[in-house]
Design a protein around this ligand. Structure first.
Ligand code: NAP
Length: 315
């Protein structure tokens, strides 16, 4: 039985952990299959305040975790299968940890990389298909690779991958990019990045040794063509990790948790959400961290008035 359980260890969850731990709430933090969240799959973070020279994503997350531990946050690894929110304390079924209970929950499970849903894609993950340039770029030294997407992630991954690849072909389904101007400019100034716009991915082409290319439809001519490459990196956005909650909390049409404006409160009192799992707009490390702070303060305030357990005996 815990006062508060935080699910997820990205910047939102870890910031919530730092604040709750410093408030002597002894939070339990459940770390899932992607400890540290999306920032651990990124390279240099240049826009997190306080690091004038930038900081590597994994280092930033490791520092946040250490900071939370220093104040007494407990960490356990596990996959949360389900949460019973029908009565307090809330009950969590956690793979590897059994049943856990908490008076309040902070959900900071973030969002996971989306796939295109085309033939041969999933089968070739690890054989040339990837959603993580930082993790897999190294394997494509001197090779030609494709990055799919027209947002900031695609631009960032394309630029990063030119460190290894001989050529990076950016494939996007429209002529116009969604990416910010600065990110687009960086990719356009990179002579190793070439552009294959107005192309809809149809199928990953692969042989016994793995990926050999991507079949696309040229949306101008309607013709199908194959772009040869040894790797296909998919950078088309993310899906919020809210499935384990069933339909208990209010979500929007794409599954993002809805919070009361200006707060971290979800549709159930005592359950708070922060970070990318509830943010369809900003999705930055610093906004996630800020919302983690809000969730911790909201949670603390809530427990002041609603604790059902006599904590004076246990703490
Ligand atoms: P995003 O902005 O949602 O862009 C996703 C891209 O993938 C879009 O261009 C979209 O095409 C394309 N796409 C989506 N589904 C597709 C499909 N089924 N087939 C083909 N293409 C598909 O996602 P993101 O780039 O991951 O960025 C998410 C947020 O993180 C943004 O707010 C971004 O600014 C931020 N971010 C910031 C940085 C940075 O500042 N360093 C780095 C990465 C991300 P359409 O345009 O046609 O819809």
């Amino acid at each position: 039985m815990y006062k508060a359980i935080i699910i997820g260890t990205g910047p939102a969850g870890l910031t919530a952990a730092i604040y709750l731990a410093r408030a002597n709430m002894k939070p339990l933090v459940i770390e899932g299959p992607e400890p540290g969240g999306q920032l651990t799959t990124t390279t240099e973070v240049e826009n997190f305040p306080g690091f004038p020279e930038g900081i590597m994503g994994p280092d930033l997350m490791a520092n946040m975790r250490k900071q939370a531990e220093r104040f007494g946050a407990e960490f356990r690894t596990g996959w949360v299968n389900s949460v019973d929110t029908s009565k307090r304390p809330f009950t969590l079924q956690v793979e590897g940890q059994g049943e856990l209970q908490a008076e309040a929950l902070i959900i900071s499970t973030g969002a996971s990389a989306k796939y295109l849903g085309i033939p041969n894609e999933r089968e070739n993950v690890g054989r040339g298909v990837s959603t993580c340039a930082t993790c897999d770029g190294f394997f494509f030294r001197g090779k030609k690779i494709i990055v799919v997407g027209g947002g900031d992630s695609a631009m960032e991954e394309a630029n990063f991958l030119t460190r290894f690849a001989s050529e990076v072909v950016l494939v996007h389904r429209r002529q116009e990019m969604r990416a910010s101007k600065i990110m687009q400019d960086r990719a356009r100034e990179n002579s190793k990045v070439t552009w294959s716009l107005n192309r809809t991915p149809l199928e990953v082409v692969a042989g016994p040794m793995g990926v050999t290319g991507l079949k696309v439809r040229n949306n101008e001519s309607g013709q199908e063509e194959v772009i040869e490459a040894s790797g296909v990196f998919i950078a088309i956005g993310h899906t919020p990790n809210t499935k384990f909650l069933g339909r208990q909390l209010e979500v929007d049409e794409t599954g993002y948790l809805i919070t009361k404006p200006g707060t971290s409160e979800t549709s159930i009192p005592g359950i708070f959400a922060c970070g990318d799992v509830q943010d369809t707009k900003y999705r930055q490390a610093i906004t996630a961290a800020g919302s983690g702070c809000m969730a911790a303060l909201d949670c603390e305030k809530y427990l002041e008035g609603h604790a059902v357990h006599d904590w004076s005996q246990s703490l």
